[in-house]
Write a new protein. Structure first.
Length: 298
């Protein structure tokens, strides 16, 4: 059994062509829901946490919030939704419209949390303007997921100063009961993230976009064991589009390869390097049990 704790739904029409052309970036193509569900199930995935990604402030782009809601309606037993929004408007003010949507997304649409991407929106996560969103997430007992990691590509995509984990430290101090997920093992500040996780039982992370760095992932997971936080690390694909970025034209094969890395190759690397091996319970935790505990899914 596998739970994908972090993937995206997009529609090409929601991407600003002018911005992507200016930066010489490829626009993703649409993925029919039926195809995506088929690929995920073929890989043994029983639930997927899906979200858009609001980048309106700088990129004039949203991945497609309406597509997330459509997926939840069509496949209510398979998809689990997170809202996506930017808490600061283009004038650096509190985004009242986004706040109202957030409340509706949780109370009316049944979403389980919210994705915030400070580096893409070029705002700081510890800006007090954003705090009402954390207060509301705490009130609703839902997850706040952060892209609080450096972009693995051109720096212009997500300036690093908006992602450093010292900003996150302020949030866990001010909101110790807030459930937080930091994507991508907090790359490249993974050990810093584990220190924060060791001091905050409500802080989680995922493996999205990390599988092409097998030695980095293996050593990071060894460190997660050492810090006692391995039970809050989750499998995630970060799927956006087939034949795009790290995804081939056969996404089911990508998913299978990454899942097999956790099931088999992880311990092969550790054995070869003389590092501690992972128990079956720890592996199943990464693959589904940890996400299940966070979201209470199956």
């Amino acid at each position: 059994m596998v739970i994908d704790s972090h993937m995206h739904l997009i529609r090409k029409k929601n991407f600003d062509k002018e911005t992507y052309n200016r930066l010489n970036l490829k626009l993703p193509e649409d993925t029919p829901l039926e195809n995506l569900v088929g690929w995920l199930k073929e890989a043994g995935i029983v639930k997927a946490v899906v979200m858009g990604q609001d980048m309106t402030r700088i990129w004039k782009t949203t991945f497609g919030e309406e597509y997330v809601l459509e997926a939840l309606k069509k496949y209510p037993d398979f998809f689990v939704g997170l809202a996506s929004l930017e808490p600061v408007d283009k004038y650096n003010r509190f985004n009242k419209k986004a706040f109202e949507y957030f409340k509706k997304a949780i109370t009316e649409y049944g979403l389980k949390g919210v994705l915030l991407t400070p580096p893409y929106g070029q705002y700081y996560s510890n800006d007090k303007t954003v705090y009402p969103f954390y207060e509301k997430a705490l009130e609703y007992d839902v997850v706040v997921q952060f892209h609080h990691s450096a972009q693995m590509g051109p720096a212009i995509l997500a300036p690093t100063k908006y992602a450093d984990l010292f900003r996150l430290n302020d949030i866990i101090v001010d909101f110790p009961d807030l459930k937080i997920v930091v994507e991508h093992l907090g790359y490249p500040w993974t050990e810093h993230l584990f220190v924060l996780m060791a001091n905050d039982k409500n802080l989680w992370t995922d493996l999205a976009m990390m599988y092409n760095r097998p030695m980095k992932v293996a050593w990071s997971l060894v460190l997660a064991k050492e810090y006692g936080v391995i039970d809050r690390v989750m499998y995630a694909s970060d799927y956006v589009c087939y034949n795009y970025d790290i995804f081939s034209d056969k996404p089911a094969e990508d998913f299978k390869r990454w899942i097999n890395f956790i099931k088999v190759d992880l311990n092969k690397i550790c054995d070869r390097c003389g590092w501690p091996l992972f128990s079956q319970e720890e592996i199943e935790g990464i693959l589904w049990k940890n996400a299940n505990r966070l979201y209470k899914l199956v």
